[in-house]
Design a protein around this ligand. Structure first.
Ligand SMILES: [Zn+2]
Length: 272
Protein backbone atom coordinates (compact mmCIF):
# COMPACT_ATOMS: atom_id res chain seq x y z
CA UNK A 1 0.00 0.00 0.00
CA UNK A 2 1.29 3.42 -0.93
CA UNK A 3 0.61 6.38 1.31
CA UNK A 4 2.82 9.33 0.46
CA UNK A 5 1.99 10.10 -3.14
CA UNK A 6 2.51 13.68 -4.25
CA UNK A 7 -0.48 15.98 -3.70
CA UNK A 8 -2.04 17.49 -6.79
CA UNK A 9 -4.00 20.76 -6.56
CA UNK A 10 -7.63 19.79 -7.24
CA UNK A 11 -8.62 23.10 -8.79
CA UNK A 12 -5.62 24.99 -10.19
CA UNK A 13 -6.89 28.57 -10.10
CA UNK A 14 -4.37 30.10 -12.48
CA UNK A 15 -7.03 30.01 -15.21
CA UNK A 16 -9.39 32.25 -13.25
CA UNK A 17 -9.70 35.62 -14.86
CA UNK A 18 -8.28 37.81 -12.12
CA UNK A 19 -6.93 40.42 -14.55
CA UNK A 20 -9.59 42.81 -13.34
CA UNK A 21 -7.87 43.08 -9.96
CA UNK A 22 -5.43 45.60 -11.44
CA UNK A 23 -8.36 47.75 -12.61
CA UNK A 24 -10.07 47.51 -9.20
CA UNK A 25 -6.82 48.53 -7.47
CA UNK A 26 -6.78 51.68 -9.59
CA UNK A 27 -10.51 52.34 -9.18
CA UNK A 28 -10.25 52.10 -5.37
CA UNK A 29 -7.75 54.96 -5.24
CA UNK A 30 -10.61 57.49 -5.57
CA UNK A 31 -13.56 56.33 -3.50
CA UNK A 32 -16.55 58.34 -2.33
CA UNK A 33 -18.50 56.99 0.64
CA UNK A 34 -22.22 56.65 -0.12
CA UNK A 35 -23.59 54.72 2.87
CA UNK A 36 -22.68 53.54 6.34
CA UNK A 37 -24.35 50.80 8.39
CA UNK A 38 -23.69 49.83 12.03
CA UNK A 39 -24.20 46.23 13.11
CA UNK A 40 -24.90 45.92 16.83
CA UNK A 41 -23.37 43.05 18.82
CA UNK A 42 -25.26 39.73 18.55
CA UNK A 43 -27.40 41.00 15.68
CA UNK A 44 -27.27 41.26 11.88
CA UNK A 45 -28.13 43.90 9.28
CA UNK A 46 -28.71 43.66 5.55
CA UNK A 47 -27.34 46.06 2.95
CA UNK A 48 -27.28 46.20 -0.84
CA UNK A 49 -24.28 46.99 -3.00
CA UNK A 50 -24.62 47.88 -6.68
CA UNK A 51 -22.41 46.16 -9.26
CA UNK A 52 -19.19 48.13 -9.59
CA UNK A 53 -19.27 49.61 -6.07
CA UNK A 54 -17.02 48.69 -3.15
CA UNK A 55 -17.82 47.94 0.49
CA UNK A 56 -15.71 47.59 3.58
CA UNK A 57 -16.33 45.72 6.82
CA UNK A 58 -14.62 47.80 9.47
CA UNK A 59 -13.60 47.11 13.06
CA UNK A 60 -14.07 50.33 15.03
CA UNK A 61 -14.69 49.72 18.74
CA UNK A 62 -12.91 46.49 19.62
CA UNK A 63 -12.00 43.03 18.29
CA UNK A 64 -15.09 41.49 16.75
CA UNK A 65 -15.77 38.71 14.26
CA UNK A 66 -18.43 39.01 11.55
CA UNK A 67 -20.35 36.36 9.61
CA UNK A 68 -21.16 37.37 6.04
CA UNK A 69 -23.89 36.03 3.71
CA UNK A 70 -24.17 37.29 0.11
CA UNK A 71 -26.98 36.85 -2.41
CA UNK A 72 -27.72 37.99 -5.93
CA UNK A 73 -29.85 41.08 -5.19
CA UNK A 74 -32.70 39.82 -7.42
CA UNK A 75 -32.46 36.07 -6.83
CA UNK A 76 -31.97 34.60 -3.35
CA UNK A 77 -31.38 31.16 -4.91
CA UNK A 78 -28.03 32.45 -6.16
CA UNK A 79 -25.98 32.74 -3.00
CA UNK A 80 -22.40 32.53 -1.77
CA UNK A 81 -20.91 29.03 -2.07
CA UNK A 82 -18.37 28.70 0.72
CA UNK A 83 -17.35 25.13 -0.20
CA UNK A 84 -16.47 25.79 -3.84
CA UNK A 85 -14.79 29.08 -2.88
CA UNK A 86 -12.63 27.07 -0.45
CA UNK A 87 -11.84 24.52 -3.18
CA UNK A 88 -10.79 27.30 -5.54
CA UNK A 89 -8.91 29.68 -3.22
CA UNK A 90 -8.03 27.74 -0.06
CA UNK A 91 -9.20 27.77 3.54
CA UNK A 92 -8.84 31.53 4.18
CA UNK A 93 -9.48 34.45 1.83
CA UNK A 94 -7.57 37.67 1.29
CA UNK A 95 -6.85 40.30 -1.38
CA UNK A 96 -7.37 38.95 -4.90
CA UNK A 97 -9.64 36.05 -3.88
CA UNK A 98 -13.25 35.94 -5.04
CA UNK A 99 -16.48 34.81 -3.40
CA UNK A 100 -18.29 32.42 -5.78
CA UNK A 101 -22.02 31.78 -6.12
CA UNK A 102 -23.92 28.49 -5.90
CA UNK A 103 -24.79 26.13 -8.78
CA UNK A 104 -26.03 26.50 -11.46
CA UNK A 105 -24.68 30.05 -11.47
CA UNK A 106 -21.06 29.80 -10.27
CA UNK A 107 -19.74 33.30 -10.83
CA UNK A 108 -17.88 35.74 -8.61
CA UNK A 109 -20.22 37.76 -6.39
CA UNK A 110 -17.32 39.81 -5.01
CA UNK A 111 -13.57 40.20 -5.36
CA UNK A 112 -11.57 41.08 -2.23
CA UNK A 113 -9.64 44.24 -3.09
CA UNK A 114 -7.94 45.09 0.22
CA UNK A 115 -7.34 43.38 3.55
CA UNK A 116 -5.47 45.12 6.36
CA UNK A 117 -4.95 41.71 8.04
CA UNK A 118 -3.15 40.33 4.99
CA UNK A 119 0.12 40.51 7.00
CA UNK A 120 -1.09 37.71 9.31
CA UNK A 121 -0.60 34.92 6.77
CA UNK A 122 -0.53 31.56 8.59
CA UNK A 123 0.68 31.30 12.20
CA UNK A 124 2.55 28.43 13.90
CA UNK A 125 -0.69 26.59 14.64
CA UNK A 126 -1.74 26.81 10.99
CA UNK A 127 -4.27 29.52 11.89
CA UNK A 128 -5.24 32.37 9.58
CA UNK A 129 -7.91 35.03 9.15
CA UNK A 130 -11.21 35.22 7.15
CA UNK A 131 -12.00 31.51 6.78
CA UNK A 132 -14.36 29.58 4.58
CA UNK A 133 -14.00 26.39 6.67
CA UNK A 134 -16.35 27.12 9.55
CA UNK A 135 -20.03 27.33 8.74
CA UNK A 136 -21.60 29.85 11.16
CA UNK A 137 -22.51 29.43 14.83
CA UNK A 138 -26.05 28.09 15.05
CA UNK A 139 -28.67 27.12 17.63
CA UNK A 140 -28.93 23.50 16.48
CA UNK A 141 -25.30 22.63 17.19
CA UNK A 142 -25.45 24.66 20.42
CA UNK A 143 -28.50 22.63 21.51
CA UNK A 144 -26.81 19.38 20.47
CA UNK A 145 -23.66 20.07 22.47
CA UNK A 146 -24.98 22.08 25.43
CA UNK A 147 -28.70 21.31 25.59
CA UNK A 148 -29.62 25.01 25.73
CA UNK A 149 -31.75 27.21 23.50
CA UNK A 150 -29.67 30.21 22.41
CA UNK A 151 -31.25 32.66 19.96
CA UNK A 152 -28.41 35.04 19.03
CA UNK A 153 -26.05 32.77 17.10
CA UNK A 154 -25.00 34.15 13.70
CA UNK A 155 -27.38 31.73 11.95
CA UNK A 156 -30.38 33.14 13.85
CA UNK A 157 -29.15 36.74 13.48
CA UNK A 158 -28.92 36.19 9.71
CA UNK A 159 -32.41 34.62 9.64
CA UNK A 160 -33.96 37.57 11.53
CA UNK A 161 -32.30 40.09 9.20
CA UNK A 162 -33.52 38.26 6.07
CA UNK A 163 -37.07 37.95 7.50
CA UNK A 164 -37.04 41.72 8.00
CA UNK A 165 -35.44 42.57 4.63
CA UNK A 166 -37.61 40.31 2.42
CA UNK A 167 -40.76 40.03 4.60
CA UNK A 168 -40.43 36.23 4.53
CA UNK A 169 -41.62 33.68 7.09
CA UNK A 170 -38.89 32.30 9.39
CA UNK A 171 -39.16 28.93 7.63
CA UNK A 172 -38.78 30.47 4.18
CA UNK A 173 -35.92 32.78 5.17
CA UNK A 174 -33.98 30.02 6.93
CA UNK A 175 -33.70 28.04 3.67
CA UNK A 176 -31.61 30.80 2.12
CA UNK A 177 -29.13 31.31 4.96
CA UNK A 178 -25.86 29.70 4.00
CA UNK A 179 -22.28 29.04 5.13
CA UNK A 180 -20.51 32.32 5.65
CA UNK A 181 -17.24 34.09 5.13
CA UNK A 182 -15.93 34.32 8.70
CA UNK A 183 -14.68 37.91 8.57
CA UNK A 184 -11.76 38.69 10.95
CA UNK A 185 -12.07 35.25 12.61
CA UNK A 186 -8.74 33.46 13.24
CA UNK A 187 -9.13 29.72 12.68
CA UNK A 188 -7.52 26.56 11.43
CA UNK A 189 -7.36 22.80 11.95
CA UNK A 190 -5.35 21.42 14.86
CA UNK A 191 -2.18 19.65 13.73
CA UNK A 192 -2.87 16.50 15.77
CA UNK A 193 -6.62 15.80 15.49
CA UNK A 194 -7.39 18.07 12.50
CA UNK A 195 -10.31 19.62 14.36
CA UNK A 196 -11.59 23.09 13.60
CA UNK A 197 -10.14 25.60 16.09
CA UNK A 198 -10.48 29.31 16.76
CA UNK A 199 -8.24 31.74 18.61
CA UNK A 200 -8.34 35.45 19.51
CA UNK A 201 -8.72 37.49 16.32
CA UNK A 202 -5.80 39.87 15.62
CA UNK A 203 -8.30 42.51 14.40
CA UNK A 204 -8.00 46.00 15.91
CA UNK A 205 -10.09 49.15 15.48
CA UNK A 206 -9.19 50.62 12.08
CA UNK A 207 -8.74 47.23 10.38
CA UNK A 208 -10.99 46.44 7.43
CA UNK A 209 -11.56 44.04 4.57
CA UNK A 210 -12.74 45.56 1.28
CA UNK A 211 -14.84 43.93 -1.43
CA UNK A 212 -15.73 44.88 -5.00
CA UNK A 213 -19.31 43.94 -6.02
CA UNK A 214 -19.13 41.88 -9.24
CA UNK A 215 -22.92 42.06 -9.67
CA UNK A 216 -25.83 43.66 -7.73
CA UNK A 217 -25.73 41.95 -4.33
CA UNK A 218 -27.66 41.76 -1.08
CA UNK A 219 -25.39 41.17 1.92
CA UNK A 220 -26.21 40.30 5.52
CA UNK A 221 -23.55 40.68 8.19
CA UNK A 222 -23.85 39.28 11.73
CA UNK A 223 -21.72 40.49 14.65
CA UNK A 224 -20.93 37.07 16.16
CA UNK A 225 -21.84 36.42 19.84
CA UNK A 226 -18.30 35.03 20.16
CA UNK A 227 -16.82 38.59 19.99
CA UNK A 228 -13.14 38.07 19.06
CA UNK A 229 -13.78 34.28 19.31
CA UNK A 230 -10.95 33.81 21.84
CA UNK A 231 -13.10 31.79 24.26
CA UNK A 232 -16.57 30.74 23.24
CA UNK A 233 -19.47 31.53 20.97
CA UNK A 234 -23.16 30.61 21.14
CA UNK A 235 -23.60 32.38 24.49
CA UNK A 236 -23.77 35.86 26.00
CA UNK A 237 -20.47 35.43 27.87
CA UNK A 238 -17.97 36.97 25.42
CA UNK A 239 -17.29 40.71 25.15
CA UNK A 240 -18.81 41.87 21.87
CA UNK A 241 -18.42 45.05 19.81
CA UNK A 242 -20.34 46.53 16.89
CA UNK A 243 -19.07 46.34 13.30
CA UNK A 244 -19.38 49.01 10.64
CA UNK A 245 -20.05 48.61 6.91
CA UNK A 246 -19.07 51.41 4.55
CA UNK A 247 -20.23 51.43 0.93
CA UNK A 248 -18.23 53.36 -1.67
CA UNK A 249 -18.42 54.41 -5.29
CA UNK A 250 -15.29 54.90 -7.39
CA UNK A 251 -15.14 58.42 -8.80
CA UNK A 252 -12.33 57.98 -11.32
CA UNK A 253 -12.90 56.45 -14.76
CA UNK A 254 -11.04 53.14 -14.39
CA UNK A 255 -14.29 51.13 -14.40
CA UNK A 256 -15.73 52.69 -17.54
CA UNK A 257 -15.27 49.53 -19.65
CA UNK A 258 -15.92 47.08 -16.82
CA UNK A 259 -18.92 44.69 -16.98
CA UNK A 260 -20.66 42.71 -14.19
CA UNK A 261 -19.79 39.01 -13.84
CA UNK A 262 -21.83 36.52 -15.87
CA UNK A 263 -23.32 33.23 -14.74
CA UNK A 264 -21.74 29.94 -15.85
CA UNK A 265 -22.20 29.15 -19.54
CA UNK A 266 -22.30 25.38 -18.91
CA UNK A 267 -25.26 24.08 -20.98
CA UNK A 268 -27.00 22.44 -17.93
CA UNK A 269 -27.88 19.25 -19.85
CA UNK A 270 -25.94 16.95 -17.45
CA UNK A 271 -25.53 14.38 -20.19
CA UNK A 272 -29.27 13.79 -20.66
ZN1 LIG B 1 -21.06 33.44 15.02
Amino acid sequence: MKKNNKPVICYPNSNLNLNNLKIYQKARLNLKKIEEIIISPRSAESFSVKAGNFFRIVSFKGPQVGDLNIFNKRNLEEKFYSGKTRALHGTHLTTGDQMWSSFPYLRPLTTITHDTLNWYGFDNDGGSVHDVIGTRCDPYTAKLLNGKNYHYCCHSNLVRALVKEKKLSIKEAEKYIHDVLNVFMCTGFTRDTHQYFMKASPVKPGDYIEFFAETDILCILSACPGGDCSKEHSSNKSQCYPLKVKIYKSINNHLKNWKPSEISNYDNSHGL
